[in-house]
Design a protein around this ligand. Structure first.
Ligand code: CA2
Length: 147
């Protein structure tokens, strides 16, 4: 089983600013933890980040043939991107929407997600630990829906 962990705009800056909201872990720290957990779960992970909406769409298209499921922290594009929503629908893949912060406890513009209706579930508010929770969740989901 191969899982793509796809990260959107500004998440390359994790660990450098706003630790009260996003924590102190860098994206590299999160990737390392995910790789360790993936080994324990007997799956493989690919980690990608882009600040560009079209590149994220391309990554979702590529995942159609290269991955079994996707964990997507789409960053601010979560709240705006019909293109990402359409890409998730078009691929028909199992995608988990993930956020470090609890977007519902923040500004009202973060309360809306364009992608949640086409994802299998949403995990948010648990900081970097959410990546591990999402990995466990998607592995369990794919295992239950195999074949
Ligand atoms: O909580 C999340 O994971 C978000 O996806 C993070 C996005 C935000 O727009 C979403 O509403 C929720 C922002 C990522 C910004 O990352 C930063 C990293 C370091 C310093 C400042 C911002």
């Amino acid at each position: 089983m191969h899982i793509l962990v796809l990260n959107g705009p500004n998440l390359n800056l994790l660990g450098t600013r706003e630790p009260d909201i996003y924590g102190r872990d860098t994206l590299a720290d999160i990737e390392a933890a995910c790789r360790t957990l993936a080994g324990d779960l007997g799956v493989t992970v690919a980690f990608e980040q882009s600040n560009h909406e079209g590149a994220l769409v391309d990554a979702l298209h590529a995942a159609r043939t290269g991955a079994d499921g996707v964990i997507l922290n789409a960053g601010a594009y979560t709240h705006t991107s019909i293109a990402l929503r359409d890409a998730i629908s078009a691929t028909g893949m199992a995608v988990i929407e993930l956020h470090l912060s609890n977007t519902h406890a923040r500004e009202t513009f973060r309360h809306v997600s364009m992608i949640a209706p086409v994802c299998i579930g949403v995990i948010q508010g648990f900081g970097a630990a959410g990546y591990g929770l999402a990995l466990r969740a998607i592995v369990a989901h794919l295992g239950a829906h195999a074949g």
